[in-house]
Design a protein around this ligand. Structure first.
Ligand SMILES: Nc1ncnc2c1ncn2[C@@H]1O[C@H](COP(=O)(O)OP(=O)(O)OP(=O)(O)O)[C@@H](O)[C@H]1O
Ligand SMILES: [Mg+2]
Length: 207
């Protein structure tokens, strides 16, 4: 099973939005997808409960269930404030870590230390984990977008996506959906913005 952790201790950076949309994208591509919610706020769990039965299935992760070890993806949504041993434990579970980063000065500032922690962890694990950053909730042609771009290009990890601020994410999540569940004609831009992320997850990029 491929395990992907979505993490950034900064509250509201877009972890749950990214985790549920990743789960939907992979399920839409035919993968067996499980979702593990480490957050006591249970946002991802509540989203999953609402998910319509006729859409590509995202399973809740149940450790005792034999099918939990089947091939496919385990997507882990993590809480704000994750640090110390709990963070290290979550990192050790994963082969892929995706870090959503918002564009405000506060988001950029708060993410710096986390990226440093990940860099050390990656060195300890001798490259056995792939780490990518995603710009979240970006309004194009703003100072914030520019600042984030400068920040992200100065880091060791690849920038694997820039997702614009759009109501498609907000509206979809009200109904247990992701943007890939919405009609393509109204989500062309969003789908295009996910392309690099999808490519980064394909096995050849992790040889
Ligand atoms: N690309 C986007 N466009 C518009 N709104 C977005 C986008 N990404 C996230 N949001 C909104 O931003 C808010 C914060 O996102 P989200 O809940 O995913 O962050 P989080 O990191 O999981 O927060 P927490 O740290 O509390 O768990 C939510 O209201 C979500 O709907
Ligand atoms: Mg969350």
């Amino acid at each position: 099973m491929n395990t992907l952790l979505v993490a950034n201790p900064k509250g509201g950076s877009g972890k749950t939005t990214l985790a549920i949309n990743l789960a939907v994208m992979l399920a839409t591509q035919g993968s067996n997808v499980r979702l593990l919610d480490l957050d006591r706020q249970r946002s991802a769990t509540n989203w999953l409960v609402q998910r319509p039965a006729d859409l590509p299935v995202v399973w809740p992760y149940e450790p005792d269930n034999k099918s939990a070890t089947k091939a496919g993806w385990l997507i882990i949504d993590s809480p704000a404030g994750l640090h110390g041993k709990t963070l290290s434990r979550a990192i050790k579970l994963a082969q892929h870590i995706v870090v959503p980063i918002g564009s405000s000065a506060f988001d950029i500032g708060a993410s710096t230390e986390f990226l440093h922690t990940l860099k050390e962890e990656k060195a300890i694990r001798k490259q056995r984990v792939s780490i990518g950053m995603v710009g979240m909730r970006i309004s194009p042609r703003t100072r914030a977008a520019q600042q984030l771009e400068t920040f992200l290009t100065g880091h060791d990890f690849p920038l694997i996506g820039v997702l614009q601020d759009t109501q498609a994410y907000v509206n979809a999540s009200f109904e247990g959906k992701g943007v890939f569940d919405l009609p393509p004609r109204i989500t062309l831009r969003e789908r295009e913005q996910w392309r690099a992320l999808g490519e980064w997850l394909t096995p050849k990029n992790h040889a």
